[in-house]
Every structure is written in C-alpha cells, then in structure tokens.
Design a protein. Structure first.
Length: 256
C-alpha cells in the first residue's frame, strides 16, 4: 500500500537555519475547512522524515490531521549543525509556524527520542501548541546507563564519532559542550500545562529505561497521561501502526 503523498517544503528558523520539511494533507477532512488539526512530527537523533519508519508514521497520522514532518538542523538536507536537543526547539517552532500559515488551527507535536525531548522543551519554553506527545524520550541530559546511549555519547563527544555520524547517517554534530546547559525535559514538562501531554514509553526500550518516562510524567502538571507499552522498543523504528493510530486517536480526543 503506498504512503500518503508528501510535498517537500523548505522552512527557515528564526536563527536563519534552512529546514528540509514536507507537508502531508489529511486523508480525511478535519473540521469545516478540512484543516482543523495539524500534526508536527519530530524525529529522533540521526533520523529523517525521508526514512521509511518516519514516512510510515506520517501516513498513519494523516488519518487524523495534516502532517508537517521535517529534518532537524544538521540532519539530512537541513542546514546547520545538530545541538542534540538545545537549539532544535527553533526547528520545531518553524514547523509549527508553517502548519499555522497553511491553515491548521490546532497543532499537536509528536516527538520521538531526541525529538520527544525537543517537543517537550518547545512546548514548555516557546508554547503555541495545543497538544504534545513524547515517545521514547529522555527526561534528563547526559544519560549513559545503557550501551546504546554510551555509543550515542561517543558519536556526539568524539571527533571520530562525529565523523562516523556524518558519513554513516548524514548527521552533522556541533563540537563542544552546551553553554549554558539547556533546561532538561523533566523541568520543561512542568511548564506545558494547561496543554495536554502524553508520555509514551516501551518497557523494552534499549536506550532509556522506564524511569525516564516516570520522571518526565512526574515533572508535568495536569492534564497528562502516561502509556507504558509492553514489548515496545525505541522510537520510530519500533513503533507499530496500531500504536501510532492510538496516538492519533488521543490527539483527536483532545481536540474534540
């Protein structure tokens, strides 16, 4: 079955970074204009909207609203360098602004892994969204408690790791440490209310254990919801169409 058609668009952040994005129209009308609900999809570290798992997610979500998917700075065809969750809130902001410009009245942001952290931070620090979904996201920075996260930190912190990320995943990472340290997601979560927050995490996540989900959820105020998914691994690659449909229904239920 073919994916819903995506129409590429180039966005620009307020700090001047070009962001490669795509718009997918809703497959069924939402609201009187047909564009009531817009969904912004934020991928994980080294991901891209052009990859098959992300396109599959967009296809399913397009049944619940129009979708704007994009590549974070330093990823794929976007410009700039990845700051791994800091300045990326400006990338989400550009996608949300675009969704509003093309006519969507209510905007949900669905983020995966790094994108989940950015979605939470964007909603808490920048606002202008109507619902947030954080899937497989970290609650705090510098977590090295699992082997995959130790490998991620090697890619971020070592010249050889940054070279490997550029060559293998087309991900260009800024060198040097954060200065100042960005507000961590679990603190930003407290600033999202009264916008509803959904935290989704798998009990088989090899990157972030469940305490990240509980810390993120615990930091947030109502309205909020926590889904612990049995057997679910990490982020886009492990997300089933059934889970994404449930997320779409959650968004719809908050916009009804």
């Amino acid at each position: 079955m073919p994916f819903a058609p995506q129409f590429p668009v180039m966005l620009r952040t307020e700090d001047g970074i070009r962001i490669d994005a795509a718009h997918t129209a809703p497959t069924r009308p939402t609201g009187p204009t047909g564009r009531e609900v817009g969904i912004v999809v934020a991928h994980g570290f080294t991901g891209s909207w052009r990859e098959r798992p992300a396109r599959r997610i967009v296809h399913v979500l397009s049944g619940f609203g129009g979708v704007v998917a994009f590549d974070f700075r330093g990823h794929g065809r976007s410009g700039g360098l990845s700051t791994v969750g800091d300045q990326e809130i400006l990338d989400v902001d550009a996608a949300v602004r675009h969704a509003r410009v093309i006519g969507y009245r209510r905007i949900a942001v669905v983020g995966f892994s790094m994108g989940a952290a950015v979605a939470v931070r964007h909603a808490g620090l920048r606002g202008d969204v109507d619902a947030v979904v954080a899937v497989s996201g970290p609650a705090r920075w510098y977590y090295r408690g699992t082997r995959p996260m130790r490998q991620v930190h090697w890619a971020i912190e070592r010249p050889a790791g940054r070279w490997a990320a550029r060559m293998a995943k087309r991900t260009r990472i800024a060198s040097g440490r954060w200065d100042p340290l960005p507000m961590p997601p679990h603190e930003a979560a407290a600033l999202i209310s009264p916008v509803p927050l959904l935290v989704v995490h798998g009990d088989s996540d090899a990157f972030f254990p469940l305490d990240h989900a509980h810390q993120l959820f615990g930091g947030a105020r109502e309205p909020k919801e926590l889904w612990i998914e049995p057997g679910y691994g990490h982020a886009e690659a492990a997300a089933t169409p059934e889970l994404i449909r449930r997320i779409g229904k959650w968004i719809s239920s908050n916009f009804s």
